[in-house]
Design a protein around this ligand. Sequence first.
Ligand code: ATP
Ligand code: MG
Length: 563
Amino acid sequence: MSSDANNSQTESLDFIREIVKEDQTSGKHAQIVTRFPPEPNGYLHIGHAKAICLNFGIAKENQGICHLRFDDTNPIRESTEYVESIQEDVRWLGFDWKESRFFTSDYFEKLFGFAMQLIENGKAYVCDLSAEDFMRMRGTPTHAGEDSPFRERSVEENMDLFKKMREGVFEDGAKTLRAKIEMSAPNIQMRDPALYRIRRVHHHRTGDAWPIYPMYDFAHCLSDAVEGITHSLCTLEFEVHRPLYDWILQNVNLPEPLPRQIEFARLNLGYTVMSKRKLLQLVEDKHVSGWDDPRMPTVSGLRRRGVTSDSIRHFCKRIGITKYDGMTDIALLEHSIRNDLNKRALRVQGVLKPLKVVIENIPEDHFEELEAVNNPEDPDAGSRKLPFSREIYIDQDDFMEEAPKKFFRLKPEGEVRLRYAYILKCEKVIKDDEGNIVELRATIDPDSKRGGATSGRKVKGTIHWVSAQHAITAEVRLYERLFTVEQPDSGKDKKDYKDFLNPESLAVLEGCKLEPSLKEATQDTRYQFERVGYFCLDSKDTTPDKPVFNRTISLRDAWSKRK
Ligand code: ATP
Ligand code: MG
């Protein structure tokens, strides 16, 4: 925290923050107003988090405000479920729109009025071309478009027809309202783009009041103007729309200063897809369990997986704001997640693949409690008592019958230190009829406990364990990347992103044995199962009988190797 605060004094501002600062100091705006404008047609993903951190961040840094505006002009794919989830996610990311929650649909009447102004000024006309003819006559980047035969309709006729469009007189697709700009403009966006289309569909907020809906390019700039947005920040693909953004604002009656659109590079993250359409398809085709499946790059998926909002904000800050599209290495995100969890996670012991060990040189009713540190990174986190008894579980991977030389965990006749406890020696391997190892018999060196006579005795390996009688049983879910290649949606070799789904992205382990302190695990607490990774309680599938833990991320190094 404090290092972030120190950094901000020396860090140079990104190009958008420079512009905002200039506009602030020159007195162009009394207050900076930004907006985050999601379309409620899906859950937010980490790319949106970048845009949220930018818009809300700039507002905060400049004592301004950031509006949350639902860009709900495309009723077919939108729903209130998405509105709710978006609000939850923005709040969880740590941002507050206060009173400023808006819907583009609230402006439908105003937008209609602006369209009428354009018509009156001879800057828009009703066009009867079919969608196919519209596209054909628009031309190509190298060939100018052709004027529509309806381009020279009189102002009166256009006003009359546009009103009738609103009254629902015409069929879907029968007419559009188009801006009258220039069919030979080099920028195709300026070739008389459509401003309104007829769609007699139900809207989740306005019901059946409107048979016509404004196009994004028309609605967005005017909504910005209506709300007094000073800087309208969007991703690079809108750069070619900027002349239209400015043209519309300049051709209706609006007070100065007009909002200014500035583009920045979207976040593309390796080993994932980021378009809502594709994420929706993964959900609908049941490749994942839902929008909040912990493998999804959605904010709700990351949250359920145990990623904190601090680490997402930290990641967004680190990647910065640029004008050039590129691919961000997923290792950067993983680094932010690990860094954050390392600081906050409580250290606990959890055995994912249990192997029973009976310690023969202590009595059956032996019970003692050993002191274990909760978090070496946080002195305030204190310590806890770990029960120790005659029967314990260790991980199957920590024992090898035919061990190679460099195997420093447990082997027949070998010794290993039990974390926070004694040195354990394997005396005997017990197998079932098929030759599978089912149990180990062992002894401890009673003087090897901390403070004991041989406590300083060194053995090469340290392993984790839990007391069999005291452990709780849990399901543990391990996640890998959802895709096997860095750019699943590159379209290379005509492959579909779904062809690259990782069949091993989820492993479910039943019957895992965890130390008893995890009985009191809460959803807000983060845990490090020592040597195994960072975990959190699953918010959805945990029941009183069966806790479910998600591995947020593995450890880079196991501490036993570092020692
Ligand atoms: P998608 O392409 O994933 O469907 P979208 O752009 O259609 O996303 P919107 O709801 O329109 O989704 O996005 C809201 C805001 O978030 C927009 O201002 C958009 O520029 C921004 N945004 C969307 N994706 C990214 C991304 N990958 N990186 C940064 N900003 C993004
Ligand atoms: Mg969009």
